[in-house]
Design a protein. Structure first.
Length: 674
C-alpha cells in the first residue's frame, strides 16, 4: 500500500503511478530481480524527484526546535504488595490519560495515555516505565483499564475510531461484539468507552495471559451505555482459565474485577528485550499511538552476560535524566496540532484523496488509512531529544515503535548530510528480540521494521569531549519494499523524519569495565531442531471494487491453494494454522503484496531460515537475524521461511505489525494443539 506523500505536489502523483501495478505483473518482475538490493528484494526502481513534505497535523514540524530536550530514560516500574500465596513480582498497572511535555518546553503539552503503577501515581508516563523481570521468576500483573475521568465517567478516544472495521465493537452488545457492524449510512467516529487488553510482545505466555485481541475489556466507568458489551468474546474464558490454573477464584485481591485482567508471565525464556502494548481488535493502531507501551526486560539465567556489558540500567525511583550506560530507546513517529494534541487522520481522504462515497455505497471505510507516517520523530516520549554520553561504551536497546515506518538508523556527524550518509561510528549488534546473537555483528546501519528490537553496543571511547553525533534515519517516509536509500526509494526528509537524536560527548565520570564488543563472547546459541512440518501462508492486499477507484481497502493473511495461488482469509474464517503441541514447524511466508511486512507470531520465538524470490534461489538470513526473533521482515515477491517450536497449547494470533494492516484483517488466530 503506497502513501501519498504530499497532497499538492505533482511529483508525488508520478511516484504513486510508478509504484502501482497488478499482482501478476508484480510476481513476474519480482522473480527477475533476486539479490539485486541491499535489503531484501524489490521490483521497483525509485526515480529521484524533489523532496515532498509529509502531511500531518496543523503544527509544522519545522517549527519544532531540535535537540533542546534531554532524553528521558524510563526508570523501572515499582512492584505492588504481593497477593496471598504468590512469591513472584506483582504489579498493579493501569492505563490512564494525562498531559505530557512531548514537544520542547515553551510549546503546548500533549494529552496522551500511558501505563503506570496505581500504587505510585508519579509513575504514569509515555512511554511506560520498564518492567524488570528475572529469568524463571514469575511476574503477575493486574492490568487496569483506567480510562475514566475524575468523576468515574469514561473518557472517549483521543483519536478518530473507525467503527466500520472488524473491531471490538462494544456497541454491538454480547451478540455483535468483535464483529464488523453493518451501517445504512456513513457513521462518524466512535466516541464511546475505550476497550483495552495488554500483550507482552515476545513473551512465552500462556493463552490466558497473552492479551488475545478478543479478550478486551472496558473501564469500570459509571456511565457505560446500556446494551454495550463490557468485555470481549474470549475475556470470560481466559478469566476462568486463569482462575482454575492458579486457584484464585476466592481471592479478591487478584480476581479479574470489572475493568481489569490479571496475567502471569513465567519468564522461562532467554534474557531478552520485550515490550508491552495494547492489542485490542481493530484498535491497536490508535491505542498504541495514544501512548501506552513500555519495555519488559528479562535478565539473568544461562543466556545472559551480567558484568560484561555496559551498565548500569535505571532502577526503581531512578532519576530519568541520570547517567546510565544501558538505555532502552523507543523510536516513534508522531504528528501534532498547534494546540499540542496528537494528530491522526480522521478521513480516508488523507491517504489518497478518496472523498467517498463510503459505506454503504462503496466498500471503502471512511476513516481507516492503510498506513500512517508522522512528520516528527519522538524518542522516549520527547521530540528530537539529546543525550550526553561519556567517552565509553553504551548499551542501547532500540525499539521501532512506529505504526508503519521502517527505520534505517545510522550514526553521523552531519544530520543534513546527503543520503545515504557516511557512518561515523559502527553499531555492534549483540541481540534481537529473542536474546543474544551467536556472535556480535558490526554494522554501519540498523534496519528495523515496526516492532523489531536491536540490542547494540556503541563505543564513544575515542571521541573528544564536545563531539556531537547524530542518529539519523534513512528509511522512507512511505512503505518500505527493500533497497538502498535514494536509489530504490526516497530517504526520509533530512530536516524532519530523517533525524532522530543527538549525542554530545561529555567528560568521563566512571570507569568502563565492559568488554570490547569485538572480543565479546556471547552465550552459547542452541538452534532449534529439524522441522516435522512445513506450512505455507500468504500475505495479500485487497483493493476496492468501487467503479473508478482501485485503492487498498484491507490487507489479509491467508494460505495457498494447490496451484500456488494465494487464498486470502479474514479473522473470522476457520483456523488453518494448527501446530501440534511441541511440534517444530517451518512456515513459508509468501508475500504477494507490493510492500514489506513485519510478521509477528505470538507465543514463540523463531529462527529465520532463509528468503528467496518467488521462483528464485534461496539466500541466507542477514547477519543480524541469526538469533531468535519474534518479528521478521517479509519482502515483496519473496518467500520468507522461519522455524519455530510451538510448545504451549492454546489460542494465539499471528499478524503484520504495521498496525494499520493488523487492525483491518491482517491478523489471524491460530491454535496450538487440539
Amino acid at each position: 500500500m503506497k502513501h501519498k506523500c504530499d497532497k499538492s505536489s505533482d511529483d508525488v502523483t508520478s511516484k504513486k503511478d510508478i509504484y502501482r501495478m497488478d499482482r501478476r505483473t508484480f510476481v513476474k518482475l519480482a522473480g527477475a530481480t533476486a539479490g539485486a538490493l541491499a535489503f531484501g528484494g524489490s521490483f521497483m526502481k525509485y526515480i529521484p524527484s524533489a523532496a515532498a513534505e509529509i502531511p500531518g497535523g496543523s503544527l509544522d514540524p519545522l517549527t519544532i526546535p531540535k535537540y533542546m530536550t534531554q532524553l528521558v530514560i524510563p526508570p523501572a516500574m515499582p512492584t505492588s504488595e504481593n497477593p496471598r500465596g504468590f512469591g513472584g513480582d506483582y504489579y498493579e498497572i493501569a492505563v490512564k490519560q494525562f498531559t505530557q511535555q512531548i514537544l520542547p518546553t515553551g510549546m503546548p503539552v500533549t494529552p496522551v495515555w500511558g501505563y503506570g503503577s496505581v500504587n505510585h501515581p508519579g509513575t504514569f508516563n509515555y512511554p511506560a516505565f520498564t518492567i524488570e523481570a528475572h529469568f524463571m521468576r514469575q511476574v503477575r500483573v493486574k492490568w487496569i483499564n483506567g480510562l475514566v475521568d475524575d468523576n468515574g465517567d469514561f473518557l472517549p478516544h483521543l483519536l478518530p475510531v473507525d467503527p466500520t472495521l472488524h473491531w471490538a465493537n462494544p456497541p454491538g452488545g454480547t451478540e455483535g461484539r468483535d464483529m464488523r457492524p453493518m451501517f445504512e449510512s456513513t457513521p462518524g467516529p466512535y466516541m464511546g468507552p475505550v476497550p483495552m487488553v495488554t500483550h507482552l510482545h515476545g513473551g512465552h505466555s500462556a493463552q490466558e495471559s497473552d492479551g488475545y485481541a478478543e479478550a478486551w475489556y472496558l473501564p469500570a466507568a459509571n456511565n457505560i451505555p446500556d446494551g454495550f458489551a463490557t468485555e470481549g468474546t474470549w475475556y470470560n474464558f481466559f478469566k476462568n482459565e486463569f482462575q482454575k490454573k492458579f486457584d484464585v477464584r476466592n481471592r479478591f485481591d487478584i480476581a479479574w474485577e470489572p475493568g481489569t485482567a490479571t496475567f502471569q508471565y513465567e519468564n522461562d525464556q532467554r534474557a531478552s528485550t520485550l515490550w508491552y502494548h495494547d492489542h485490542t481488535l481493530g484498535m491497536t493502531r490508535l491505542n498504541v499511538y495514544a501512548g501506552p507501551a513500555g519495555f519488559y526486560l528479562i535478565r539473568y539465567g544461562p543466556d545472559d552476560l551480567p558484568g560484561r556489558l555496559p551498565g548500569q540500567a535505571p532502577g526503581v525511583g531512578a532519576d530519568p535524566f541520570g547517567r546510565f550506560y544501558e538505555i532502552p530507546i523507543a523510536i516513534q513517529d508522531r504528528s501534532f496540532n498547534d494546540d499540542g494534541s496528537l494528530f491522526y487522520p480522521d478521513t480516508r481522504a488523507f491517504f489518497d484523496e478518496f472523498v467517498g462515497p463510503y459505506i454503504p455505497e462503496s466498500d471503502v471505510s471512511p476513516i481507516w488509512n492503510p498506513e500512517f507516517f508522522g512528520n516528527t520523530m519522538v524518542v522516549n516520549g520527547r521530540t528530537w531529544p539529546f543525550l550526553e554520553v561519556e567517552p565509553r561504551r553504551y548499551r542501547f536497546r532500540f525499539l521501532n515503535g512506529c505504526n508503519s515506518r521502517f527505520l534505517i538508523l545510522k550514526m553521523v556527524t552531519d544530520p543534513l548530510a546527503t543520503r545515504p550518509a557516511t557512518a561515523a561510528l559502527p553499531f555492534w549488534q549483540i541481540g534481537t528480540e529473542g536474546g543474544f546473537l551467536p556472535a556480535p555483528v558490526m554494522l554501519d546501519q540498523l534496519l528495523m521494521a515496526p516492532a523489531e528490537r536491536a540490542d547494540v553496543i556503541v563505543d564513544f571511547t575515542d571521541l573528544a569531549v564536545g563531539t556531537e553525533l547524530y542518529l539519523i534515519n534513512e528509511g522512507p517516509d512511505e512503505p518500505f519494499g527493500g533497497g538502498v536509500p535514494n536509489t530504490d526509494f526516497p530517504a526520509a526528509d533530512p530536516e524532519t523524519t530523517g533525524q532522530v537524536i543527538k549525542f554530545v560527548v561529555v567528560p568521563l565520570e566512571s570507569k568502563d569495565t565492559s568488554r570490547d564488543p569485538a572480543q565479546l563472547k556471547l552465550p552459547t546459541f542452541k538452534p532449534l531442531g529439524a522441522a516435522s512440518n512445513t506450512r505455507q501462508v500468504s500475505l495479500n492486499e485487497e483493493v476496492s471494487t468501487f467503479p473508478g477507484f482501485d485503492g487498498p481497502i484491507a490487507a489479509k493473511l491467508g494460505t495457498l491453494d494447490a496451484l500456488g495461488n494465494p487464498v486470502p482469509m479474514e479473522w473470522e474464517d476457520p483456523i488453518t494454522e494448527n501446530p501440534a503441541v511441541n511440534a517444530t514447524e517451518v512456515w513459508e511466508i509468501y508475500n504477494f503484496t507490493v510492500d514489506a511486512h513485519p510478521i509477528h507470531i505470538h507465543e514463540i520465538m523463531f529462527q529465520v531460515v532463509d528468503r528467496q524470490q518467488i521462483g528464485g534461489v534461496a539466500r541466507s538470513p542477514e547477519s543480524w537475524e541469526t538469533g531468535f526473533k519474534d518479528t521478521v521482515i517479509a519482502y515483496p515477491g519473496e518467500i520468507t521461511r522461519v522455524r519455530a517450536k510451538f510448545d504451549l497449547s492454546g489460542r494465539y494470533v499471528w499478524h503484520c505489525h504495521i498496525v494499520e494492516h493488523e487492525d483491518n484483517e491482517m491478523m489471524r488466530p491460530y491454535i496450538i494443539g487440539p
